[in-house]
Design a protein around this ligand. Structure first.
Ligand SMILES: [Zn+2]
Ligand SMILES: [Zn+2]
Length: 128
């Protein structure tokens, strides 16, 4: 334990302090329960928002830091009308591999589940 190299973070939901290994420095919640709560309340919580520009319609929008790396377009409509998406869809439908596209995360519902999959949270118990 003396060699713990992670950092102490504060849960954005309940305010409790917890420690995370460097690999999970982006973790925002102390527990699975809090991560679930965040799903309902995350819009009310003050979290860093990253300004982004939609490459499809040029609109400025903001996305949570934790989601911003998955987020490209301002909306699903823009995503779906983008050339890239059409190409990818073509590619995927030819391979019958649509499941992969889910990980893209532009759909916030999907992206959320993906980024905070419960399995990931279970591993952290060892740090208690
Ligand atoms: Zn918490
Ligand atoms: Zn757009």
């Amino acid at each position: 334990m003396a060699k713990f190299k992670g950092q102490v973070k504060q849960c954005v939901i309940c305010g409790k302090q917890f420690r995370v290994p460097p690999s999970r420095a982006q973790q925002l919640y102390c527990s699975v329960a809090c991560s679930y709560k965040s799903g309902e309340r995350y819009e009310k919580i003050k979290k860093p928002l990253i300004p982004l520009k939609c490459p499809q319609c040029g609109k400025d929008f903001h996305e949570l830091l934790s989601q911003s790396k998955h987020r490209v377009y301002c909306s699903l409509e823009c995503k779906h009308s983008s050339l890239q998406y059409k190409e990818l869809k073509k590619m995927l439908s030819s391979g019958e591999n649509n499941g992969m596209w889910k990980g893209g995360g532009t759909n916030h519902a999907d992206g959320y589940k993906y980024a905070y999959a419960p399995q990931k949270w279970e591993c952290k118990k060892q740090y208690y």
